[in-house]
Design a protein around this ligand. Structure first.
Ligand code: HGY
Ligand code: MN
Ligand code: MN
Length: 416
């Protein structure tokens, strides 16, 4: 990298303040955030991000999925841009940093390049991907999946939340349904900074994770149907208890995941029980089984054993059971060239670092299908995430953002 950029560092206080100003929008109940996708709070967060981008001289484009693309011109307007970003939507009990760090670190790169008057050949585009979390509208990484050609736009518009509202209507309602065709932009590369959401980097006292792979994900929605009846007057042998059936299937999920230790994981985070009344035997249980592993064959084995074992449990209990695949992606290997740019940046900056496989899914996992992609990770306290107590240090944010900047700027080619 040329001299003007060789020793560049971001403004850590400015990044830290931006993160905490964004956190004031859609506050949670315990210090974190509840800024779920295409809610009014999401719309407010988008407006603040757009204001900051325009103040930094960027031009904003918005596509049909609400993805936001804030462009800094390069010296070669025809060169495909380097994209950098993540997501601003959060879990209902989310932390302040999941996704937000990656979007605002992208903006901080622009602010730093402006301060230092550093120009690059390739334009740089800071990105906010819509509905990364998939909690209100499944699946996760919805918009980046449409962008990568994995999901159909109309299918995505039709996804429904628990109240029966559709994603497309809600995106329209908050005023962020753009005109740009999804997926038409050419990308020279895509980089994403994200908190690890796991314990490894902190435990090993490493400042930076050089993400080489992302483990695969499988979401199976299971519907168990029994018969509602009185919890007092229905004799035990006559009960068709969908809640008990769910409990036995969830225990099976745990056994299946443990059978593939140490890397596979499995659980259900979404559970709805009907009618959810204290004195009614549940007639229906709907839950989503989340299996993950770095190996595709392991994921496929876990999915099949869930179906076979779940059907056996239902048959033995006189219950009905249905399985629907509602999300997932194969294990991901990120682009060698981009991973090398990240590793070289960490080395050049003298930061402790290690290669790591991402345990969580990210927009980068889909974008990796259509453009050279890599990720940078920073530690998080106790590896905790998807919890309002999620915490990182300003130093970790600073080092992650510096590595991200050096990888992005090297790939965008500094001019003069
Ligand atoms: O589910 C995931 O891995 C991501 O946090 N949405
Ligand atoms: Mn995330
Ligand atoms: Mn998340």
């Amino acid at each position: 990298m040329s001299d003007p950029a060789a020793n560049m560092k971001i403004d850590a206080d400015r990044l830290w303040n931006a993160i905490h100003e964004m956190a004031e929008i859609g506050p949670g109940v315990a210090g974190g955030n509840n800024r779920q996708t295409v809610t009014d709070e999401d719309g407010e967060g988008r407006k603040l991000f757009q204001k900051w981008c325009e103040a930094a001289g960027l031009t904003m484009g918005v596509d049909e999925m609400g993805d936001m693309f804030a462009r800094r011109e390069g010296t070669d307007p025809d060169a495909p841009p380097v994209y950098v970003g993540s997501h601003l939507d959060t879990q209902p009990t989310g932390g302040r940093y999941d996704g937000v760090l990656g979007v605002l670190a992208g903006l901080e790169i622009i602010r730093t390049l402006n301060d230092l008057n550093v120009r690059t050949k390739h334009p740089i585009v800071v990105t906010n991907w819509t509905n990364e979390e998939g909690t209100r509208f499944a699946p996760a990484m919805l918009a980046s999946g449409v962008y990568a050609g994995v999901h159909d736009l109309d299918w995505a518009y039709g996804r429904e939340d628990a109240e029966g509202k559709t994603f497309g209507d809600e995106l329209q309602r908050i005023g962020w349904k753009g005109d740009e065709k999804v997926g038409e932009r050419r990308m020279h590369a895509f980089f994403e900074l994200h908190i690890e959401q796991g314990p490894i980097l902190e435990a090993e006292e490493k400042d930076v994770g050089v993400v080489t792979h992302g483990q695969g994900l499988s979401w199976t929605q299971v519907t168990v149907t029994g018969k509602e009846s009185h919890t007092g007057s229905t004799p035990m042998p006559m009960r068709r208890n969908a809640g008990l059936g769910m409990a036995r299937i969830l225990d099976l999920v745990d056994q299946i995941a443990w059978s593939h230790k140490p890397d596979a994981v499995g659980a259900a985070g979404h559970i709805d029980i009907y009618p959810n009344s204290r004195n009614v035997i549940p007639g229906k249980a709907v839950f989503t089984v989340d299996f993950r592993s770095p190996e595709l064959e392991v994921i496929q084995d876990m999915e099949q054993r869930l179906r076979d074992g779940g059907q056996k449990i239902a048959d033995e209990m006189g219950l009905e059971v249905e399985f629907e695949k509602v999300g997932g992606f194969d294990p991901v290997k990120f682009d060698e060239g981009c991973v090398t740019a990240v590793r070289n940046a960490a080395q050049r900056l003298g930061y402790s670092h290690r290669e790591i496989v991402s345990g969580a899914g990210h927009d980068a996992c889909w974008i990796n299908r259509i453009a050279p992609t890599a990720m940078v990770m920073c530690p998080c306290v106790d590896g905790l995430s998807h919890n309002e107590a999620e915490e990182i240090s300003k130093e970790w944010a600073e080092k992650g953002a510096n590595v991200l900047m050096h990888a992005v700027v090297e790939t965008a080619e500094v001019v003069g």
